[in-house]
Design a protein around this ligand. Structure first.
Ligand SMILES: [Zn+2]
Length: 60
C-alpha cells in the first residue's frame, strides 16, 4: 500500500501492512507522538510564575 509520512513527507510506495502507519518509520511515529504531547503540555500549562514575581517587585 502507498502512504505519505506526515512527519517527513516521505512517500512509501510499497509500505508493509504491519508497518507503523501512517508513518514511514517507528522514529517518525515517535516524533509525531512527541509533537502531540508537547502541544498538549503547552496548552494546559499555567501562566509563567515569573510574571507574578515581577508584579510583587514593582509593588515593593
Ligand atoms: Zn517519516
Amino acid at each position: 500500500m502507498r502512504i505519505t509520512c506526515p512527519i517527513c513527507k516521505t512517500v512509501i510506495e510499497d509500505a508493509p501492512e504491519d508497518g507503523p502507519h501512517p508513518f514511514c518509520s517507528q522514529r517518525c511515529k515517535l516524533a509525531d507522538l512527541h509533537n502531540w504531547l508537547s502541544d498538549a503540555y503547552r496548552i494546559s500549562s499555567p501562566l509563567d510564575p515569573g510574571e507574578l514575581e515581577d508584579d510583587e517587585l514593582k509593588l515593593s
